[in-house]
Design a protein around this ligand. Structure first.
Ligand code: BGC
Length: 416
């Protein structure tokens, strides 16, 4: 089969987020782990016991230590080494996030050393010819802000704007692409709808309040960035799900997916209309609905987490967001695959789907695999292995996976 080429200047890279890789952070999550690690270890069988590879993950999943991010990948001190590897893998871009609790550990007091660190991170990327995409918020909060109600605080947008202004005024000369918030709907879903993540508040009123507060925070941050930096490109990273009715002739199934699609994919974009210079799309899930709930049919390949692998879902999502007529960057797409047996096909399949959507009008300009490194997967801990690069957490040794080399060829050829 002949290769499918991507346009000149297409960005190729991988993503990380501060809390998941840096290590040594004190924030709302690190505090939450202290009172939840044992519970998470005890609940692991109920959540993951059905997975075929449970025997290989059981030891880690049942160990409370697995649920503390602690040193993570020590990326805070090893970022140069990690970027050397990314460069050797032909990445010409990289996405990372800034940790708010480092920048503003105490309310209103900004830490010059922390901002200097991120300046060095940016310099390291530029020296290696990699375009940075910088996320201002990837879910974690300074403890003082948690104590004020976190994302439910009436002042959240004010605090976020103030933090944005500080960061952007120090880093604007090194960053063109900003991401204000990472996946607001994931936080709304996991923290306030199902009540699994901190602050574990299952409350419908909070759900709507947080939608509006985060939308306000994005809108204000967008305007603040543009005030400081006229030529900035500002977006917001949205997780967009693919939806399919189980029975196409069932009005109930069709209505279910319409409602789910509205709240997962459309509502936040509606609340932030006019404040996007580009769309940052993140894709992981294909959901099938048999009224009144989602069903798992088990008829598709799955990742180590049991998530369906369905590249066509990304094609469907891109076809839908074409209508916004904005440049699109895929800022996350990846899978947990510890033995690396599915990752190459996963990446290729999704790139073919992207290419097809591009032929049909989606203006996609870059692809960032999640993640550059194995990392701390939130309430699941360390056993899910998403990395192009394997991390041995006992020694902090890195090993480039075979799939990373296959992806490197794609990045080099600018074609799949
Ligand atoms: C998040 C990442 C997470 C990944 C895999 C994304 O939704 O932004 O932080 O690690 O999914 O679950």
């Amino acid at each position: 089969m002949s290769k499918l080429s991507f346009p000149n200047g297409f960005l190729w890279g991988a993503s990380t987020s501060a809390y998941q890789v840096e290590g040594g952070i004190t924030n709302d999550w690190s505090e939450w782990e202290k009172t939840n690690a044992v519970r998470l270890s005890k609940e692991s069988y109920k959540k993951f016991g059905h997975l075929s590879h449970w025997p290989t993950i059981q030891k880690d999943a049942e160990n409370p230590d697995n649920y503390f991010a602690k040193d993570a990948c020590q990326h805070y001190s090893r970022f140069r080494e990690d970027f050397d590897m990314a460069k050797s893998l032909n990445h010409n871009a990289h996405r990372f996030s800034i940790e708010w609790s480092r920048i503003e550990p105490t309310e209103g007091k900004f830490d010059d050393e922390a901002i200097k660190h991120y300046k060095e991170v940016l310099l390291a990327l530029h020296e290696r010819g990699m375009t940075p995409f910088v996320a201002l918020w990837h879910w974690t909060l300074p403890i003082w802000l948690r104590d004020k109600g976190g994302v439910e605080s009436k002042e959240f947008a004010t605090y976020f704007e103030r933090y944005t202004r500080y960061v952007v005024s120090h880093l604007s000369s090194d960053v063109k692409f900003w991401i204000t918030l990472n996946e607001p709907t994931s936080v709304i879903g996991a923290a306030y709808t199902t009540g699994e993540w901190p602050p574990q508040k299952k409350n419908l009123i909070s759900v709507f309040r947080v939608y509006h507060i985060l939308a306000d925070a994005h809108n204000r941050s967008y305007k603040a960035i543009h005030e400081i930096q006229k030529d900035a490109c500002v977006g917001l990273a949205n997780i967009l799900h693919s939806f399919e009715p189980y029975r196409i002739y069932s009005l109930f199934d069709l209505v279910s997916i319409r409602i789910a699609s509205f709240f997962s994919n459309e509502y936040f974009l509606l609340l932030t209309k006019g404040t996007h210079d580009y769309l940052a799309v993140q894709y992981y899930f294909h959901n099938r609905f048999k009224f009144p709930k989602r069903i798992h049919l088990g008829d598709k390949p799955e990742s180590d987490l049991g998530w369906e692998i369905y590249p066509k879902g990304l094609y469907n999502v891109l076809k839908k967001v074409r209508r916004y007529k904005l440049p699109i960057y895929i800022t996350e797409n990846g899978l947990a695959d510890a033995d690396d047996s599915q990752r190459t096909e996963f990446i290729k399949g999704h790139l073919v789907a992207i290419h097809q959507a591009m032929q049909e009008g989606a203006d996609v300009r870059g692809y960032f695999y999640w993640s550059l490194l194995d990392n701390f997967e939130w309430d699941k801990g360390f056993w899910p292995r998403f990395g192009l690069i394997e991390v041995d957490y006992a020694t902090q040794k890195r090993a480039i996976r075979k799939s990373a080399l296959e992806f490197a060829k794609i990045c080099q050829d600018n074609a799949v």
